[in-house]
Design a protein around this ligand. Structure first.
Ligand code: GLN
Length: 489
């Protein structure tokens, strides 16, 4: 079963070749066998999933129509609420916090009869690029256990790459779906801002956060989008237009289209990354696509803009964790002020504290104009830069990350790690849809990702280009040898 896509699992289930109970059992068995090696799950919801599976079997046997994800095991990043289950955000602050309502995406998945199996590890409050900022555990890359799965949705990416489930929901504020997908050799899709409801997602930077799928292939990503991209009245930024038919247009050829490549931004790539990226461009040429050079020179400011705005928003969003309303309250606190100070001191990890400090600083009176307002202005310029580029092409291609996955512990200087987000943050700043698809392996056998960024609301097109690429390349749907039962026999 671990080799089957979400579509195939659904089909087996609908054709009564397998029961939901068997699917859940097999999934749990695989997790208990393999997850010790890589630490993807913060919690596995055995009892809950078995109950849901029994109910789903009854539903099937009664002849009722089955949902688009019937019987498909799905994992969820642990910053998205499932009612009655813990949402820790991989933070000590929320160690014992249980969600009081379902996130909209969780409700939609369950209405589509998916089987949610557990909550995956992440960088604390989704702040990071390697999942090393989790307060609980390290997650390892299924292709090489010494390396990071990327972040912040590292647990989600590893749970898919290790073939525990064909779909995981992650969140992407500055690349946290696409970069771990690239590092783990799978597909990761960040929808247009507002396309998927953020209701029930613990906010990091509200104007950038977006939930999206990590999957084996693009078709499953489109299938998942079909289920989760609905208008939601609980999210004021939710887009009101009707759901697109992501699957229908997927296999339309891209012949005659134009792809833009920001060649001048590639100069600092190492040879391996550059070669792989340029080979991907050759693939598009073979598909009958015209390649044009696009000027994205403002990308050099994107990291600075992102880390000013994301930390500013984070400092505001995380103010709610005050020791009074949610999660941790310091035991030794005697006064109101001590409750605030000590609870935050004990509850937050170093990276989160650093970002709150930075965010508070750039928002403080006197510095607001110098940093935040200026960053907002450059954000507008970045949006315009993309609009100009899309006047020349229908899609932009660039690497997902300048690096492949790196050894755990490699980056001691956080700023060096921030700089690795160069290719991903701009899609969030401009609210654009973007995908990472597998693009071969390095000499160390670590995956590369190819990123495609589309115009605002052209999510279907992004998926279509990704599908065209994966259909003619041999990099998708590969099982890491350590997690392949056939190899391990
Ligand atoms: N790596 C980026 C950061 O650390 C992006 C995180 C994300 O997308 N959640 O902020």
């Amino acid at each position: 079963m671990y080799r089957l896509s979400a579509r195939a699992i659904r089909e087996e289930f609908c054709k009564k070749k397998i029961t939901a109970k068997q699917i859940a059992e097999k999934t749990l068995e695989r997790i208990s066998l393999y997850d010790k090696k890589i630490g993807t799950f913060l919690s596995v919801m055995e009892e809950r999933v078995m109950l849901k599976a029994s109910a789903l079997d009854r539903k099937r046997n009664s002849g009722k129509p089955l949902g688009a994800l019937a019987g498909v095991p799905v994992s969820i990043k642990d910053n998205i609420h499932i009612q009655g289950e813990k949402t820790t955000c991989a933070s000590k602050f929320l160690e014992n916090y249980k969600a009081v309502f379902d996130a909209t995406v969780v409700r939609l998945l369950e209405e589509a009869d998916a089987l949610i199996i557990g909550k995956t590890n992440l960088d604390e409050f989704a702040m990071g690029s390697s999942t090393e900022n989790s307060a609980y555990q390290l997650t390892k890359n299924p292709w090489n256990l010494k390396c990071t799965p990327g972040g912040s949705s590292g647990g989600s990416a590893a749970s898919v790459a290790a073939r525990f489930c064909p779909i995981s929901l992650g969140t992407d504020t500055g690349g946290s779906i696409r970069q771990p997908a690239a590092f783990c050799g799978i597909v990761g899709f960040k929808p247009t801002y507002g396309r998927v409801s953020r209701y029930g997602l613990v906010a990091f930077a509200s104007s950038l956060d977006q939930i999206g799928p990590l999957t084996y292939d693009v078709k499953d990503a489109a299938l998942c989008m079909q289920v989760i991209s609905r208008y939601c009245s609980h999210d004021s930024t939710s887009i009101k237009s009707p759901v697109e038919n992501y699957l229908k247009k997927l296999d339309q050829p891209i012949h005659g289209q134009t792809v833009g490549v920001p060649y001048s931004c590639l100069s600092e790539l190492d040879t391996g990354s550059k070669e792989h990226f340029l080979e991907a461009i050759e693939v598009f040429k073979k598909l009958g696509v015209t390649i044009v050079d696009v000027d994205l020179n403002l990308l050099k400011y994107a990291i600075a803009v992102y880390y000013i705005l994301a930390t500013a928003e984070a400092s505001t969003n995380l103010a709610r964790f005050d020791g009074i309303r949610f999660g941790k309250r310091a035991k030794d606190a005697k006064t109101l002020e001590e409750i605030y100070v000590l609870s935050r001191q004990e509850g937050f990890g170093a990276e989160v504290k650093k970002r709150i400090l930075l965010g508070t600083y750039v928002l403080s009176s006197g510095y607001q104009d110098a940093y935040c307002k200026k960053a907002q202005k450059v954000r507008t310029l970045l949006i315009k830069m993309f609009q100009q580029a899309f006047a020349k092409c229908s899609m932009i291609a660039m690497p997902t990350s300048p690096l492949t996955s790196f050894p755990l512990g490699k980056f001691q200087d956080p700023v060096q790690l921030y700089l690795q987000d160069i290719f991903t943050v701009s899609a969030n700043l401009a609210g654009l849809p973007a995908i990472s698809v597998p693009n071969g392996f390095s000499e160390e056998n670590l995956p590369y990702g190819l990123q495609l960024i589309g115009p605002y609301m052209h999510d279907t097109e992004v998926l279509r280009f990704g599908f065209a690429f994966e259909s003619v390349t041999p990099f998708t749907n590969l099982v890491p040898p350590l997690f392949d039962n056939n190899v391990n026999k």
